[in-house]
Design a protein around this ligand. Structure first.
Ligand SMILES: Cc1cc2nc3c(=O)[nH]c(=O)nc-3n(C[C@H](O)[C@H](O)[C@H](O)COP(=O)(O)O)c2cc1C
Length: 158
């Protein structure tokens, strides 16, 4: 069975709400034709996750707020802690990203993409950026992201 890691930070509730929607979608997308589960979905906060989680995952979806035009400090801390332990060991594994932001979000996207490119993870979807108040549309995008990602892992198309 494949393992999908969803690892995120939230300073409040927004990115956590997005993470819940990504997880819902992933649970749905991981069902195989017989209703069984083809993908184990693991959800962790950045503070609780480490290199062992990334090494054990066949794919990862990262979630972070944008703070000061960058990813959150806790996401950066997670990536710093996993970088050398995982460098060269996760090449080609798929990743996707969601960002909770006030009015921009692109600084968080760019900063995460630069680091995960260094880990040779492969982007499999455009990032979902939730601006201002969360809308049902953004939560739908999060669910779709999780569902498509889990389905891709389950069917072995990644
Ligand atoms: C210290 C701090 C810095 C922030 N910097 C930015 C920023 O640079 N760009 C932006 O769009 N939003 C910024 N915001 C707004 C947050 O990204 C936004 O409120 C986000 O939804 C918080 O997500 P959370 O509830 O999961 O913590 C900032 C918020 C805080 C507290």
């Amino acid at each position: 069975m494949k393992t999908l890691l969803i690892v995120y930070h939230t300073g409040g509730v927004k990115t956590a709400t997005m993470a819940e929607a990504v997880e819902r979608g992933a649970m749905e997308g991981s069902r195989d034709a017989h209703g069984g589960t083809g993908v184990k979905v693991v959800v962790k906060r950045c503070a609780d996750a480490g290199p062992e989680d990334l090494l054990a995952a066949d794919g990862v979806i990262l979630g972070t707020p944008e703070n000061f035009g960058y990813m959150s400090g806790m996401m950066k801390d997670f990536l710093e802690r996993v970088f050398y332990a995982c460098e060269g060991k996760v090449n080609g594994r798929p990743y996707a990203l969601f960002v909770g932001a006030g009015q921009d979000g692109h600084g968080a996207v760019t900063s995460v993409e630069r680091i995960v490119t260094g880990l040779r993870l492969e982007k499999k979807a455009e990032p979902v950026i939730g601006l201002k108040e969360l809308t049902p549309e953004v939560l739908d995008q999060c669910e779709e992201l999780g569902a498509a990602f889990a389905a891709g892992l389950s069917m072995g198309v990644f």
